[in-house]
Ligand binder design. Sequence first.
Ligand code: ADP
Length: 302
Amino acid sequence: MRIAILSRNSNLYSTRRLVEAARERGHEVDVLNPLSCYMNINARENSIHRHGKELPYYDCVIPRIGASVTFYGTAVLRQFEMMGTYPLNESVAISRSRDKLRSLQLLSRKGIGLPTTGFADQPQDIPDLIDMVGGAPLVIKLLEGTQGIGVVLAETAQAAESVIEAFMGMKSNIMVQEYIREAGGADIRCFVLGDKVVASMKRQAKEGEFRSNLHRGGSASLIKLTPAERQTAIKAAKTMGLNVAGVDILRSNHGPLVMEVNSSPGLEGIETASDKDIAGQIITFLEKNAKAHKTRTKGSRG
Ligand code: ADP
């Protein structure tokens, strides 16, 4: 197969591993920066150009699109889809998962456990918003935050009110969430591929921190999932329409609660913790599933 990886940096661990795994299995692979791809959109035949030349046809494309380039990156991915290239994750599913609120709404519709979450626009609604999620302590999250940045634990209703007011004053979109204390500063990353959880790890926040992100000094270790956790992760990925997803779960005293479904889960932490060849499994998945025009985004020949 001829495989394209949409990634801005070919030195990143995940990108390098995917290139390696594809070549090991005899595939041709190119790493393309989505921002250097430009598109010809017309009614007859769509094309993608780069550095003054038209790109060849690719059998599949692996999107590794960073949050900061979601808009342009998903447009490029959609162009590949319209030309018949099979995407590991579809552009519509990636856009859906990047909208944190919309994701929670879709998951809740399927009955998937979530931390109770509130969202409001006006400062006068803050006291009721805090009550709605069960009062302090509570978690306040910037909608556009990643890697734990913009996630704040407010211990008292007073602290919560001031922080929410400050974010609202800055016109930042935030959500307010019930604090799952019994998770003990840990969460579980479930790596879903197709209809299976192929690896999982527990991330534990460092001392004095409630955010378990590895970027915030958290540490990863192996964990055995319960059947409920496994099923929840698979259902969450399916609800978002993602073939590959990193589903982040909190262990609460009323079962697994999904915090987030990540459409470009990193490989480094999970391959290291699980000692599994996840990149290889992704390429094997593509070998089994990649077929031309097998997406919901249809082009003129679709
Ligand atoms: P990001 O997407 O920026 O990583 P998250 O929503 O995943 O933000 O939050 C970062 C970390 O904070 C999580 O990995 C988890 O450890 C902790 N956390 C987030 N929400 C809650 C919550 N409602 N209750 C307890 N801990 C939470």
